[in-house]
Design a protein around this ligand. Structure first.
Ligand SMILES: Nc1ncnc2c1ncn2[C@@H]1O[C@H](COP(=O)(O)OP(=O)(O)OP(=O)(O)O)[C@@H](O)[C@H]1O
Length: 306
């Protein structure tokens, strides 16, 4: 069995003039993995996706997708990738079916199989009743569902989802998650960018966190939490820092989320003791999660002495 990686990036760099959008990015994605690429706006996620797809020319490093170089063999790679871009890019004046047919043509789906495949996918995403509706009459959630199944037309080996659920209501988000999990369980390889940490925890078995073009953290969600931000977080109301600070153990971490004052401590009981000693009541106490890791690694977690 060929178990070479689907994506192998070594030291991938991209400069736009003097600006370094990606600096020496290493990433390996194996068949059947769902890998999440996280990072603040401008971290370089879309630039990397562009490099994979051959639309952005990297300026350094080596990159292979299915063992091929996107700088030289983009066409062969594109044929095997399905992309859900940040913007839906549907033709608003045409119907659902017309959009799917046009895309089937781009994706080189043979004419004979295109219509049955389109029918199957519209039904898969519960869009069959909208087959003849014009795109401009669809809701945002329907357009996103259509963009999602459009990416599946050629039954791609690798699916790239660029912020697939941004701005969607929770019911559509959950539907898309269900479908991504189904595809992952069937052995599809998936690369997803997202700003939703919970989405990354639900979908991804590996996470890569980028900040200003550099990898700042990588691992399975649970591993990352254990390594970077273990324990429990108490979220206290604004302006409670002064009351809390004298009661902190040096090993605990004080940081801010907006104006709220947060404390991460190893044990839940530590937070109960902190409440008692400081006379402050936490708004919420919860196990640390990927958001805590993200805030720490991308520099948003301000420690006491910063
Ligand atoms: N064609 C370009 N010319 C100059 N700079 C660019 C170009 N494309 C991207 N950049 C810059 O490269 C950096 C990385 O951008 P990129 O779109 O990859 O970030 P991102 O992580 O995808 O952000 P977002 O979450 O907002 O989509 C940004 O500072 C962006 O302004």
């Amino acid at each position: 069995m060929n178990d070479s990686p689907i994506i192998q990036a070594r030291g991938v760099a991209k400069r736009f003039g003097d600006f370094e959008a990606l600096a020496a990015l290493d990433l390996e994605v194996r068949k059947g993995q769902c890998v999440g690429l996280l990072g603040p706006n401008g971290a370089g996620k879309s630039t990397f996706i562009g490099c994979l797809y051959g639309v952005v020319a990297r300026t350094g490093g080596s990159l292979e997708v299915f063992g091929l170089d996107p700088a030289k063999q983009a066409r062969d790679i594109k044929r095997r990738i399905g992309v859900v871009p940040q913007e839906n890019a549907l033709d608003e004046g045409l119907t659902v079916l017309e959009n799917m047919r046009i895309y089937a043509g781009f994706s080189e789906v043979p004419r004979k199989t295109a219509d049955p495949r389109i029918a199957e996918l519209l039904s898969y995403m519960m869009l069959d009743a909208k087959r003849d509706a014009t795109i401009k009459t669809l809701s945002g959630g329907m357009k996103r569902r259509l963009t999602f199944v459009r990416a599946l037309l050629a039954d791609p080996e690798l699916l790239i989802l660029d912020e697939p659920t941004t701005g969607l209501d929770p019911s559509v988000r959950h539907l898309l998650w269900e479908k991504v999990i189904e595809l992952r369980d069937k052995g599809k390889t998936i690369l997803v960018t997202t700003h939703y940490m919970h989405e990354a925890e639900v979908l991804c078995d590996q996470i890569v966190i980028l900040d200003r073009g550099k990898v700042v953290g990588t691992g399975a969600p649970k591993e990352l939490i254990e390594r970077e931000a273990p324990g429990f977080v108490g979220i206290f109301p604004p302006h409670t820092d002064e009351a809390i600070k004298p009661h902190l153990d040096p090993s605990w971490v004080l940081f801010h989320q907006g104006r709220q004052c947060c404390v991460r401590a190893p044990r839940f009981d530590d937070l109960l003791e902190l409440q008692r000693a400081s006379g402050q009541t936490a708004l919420q106490m919860r196990p640390a999660n990927l958001e805590d890791v993200y805030l720490k690694l991308t520099g948003s977690e301000l420690s006491d002495d910063e």
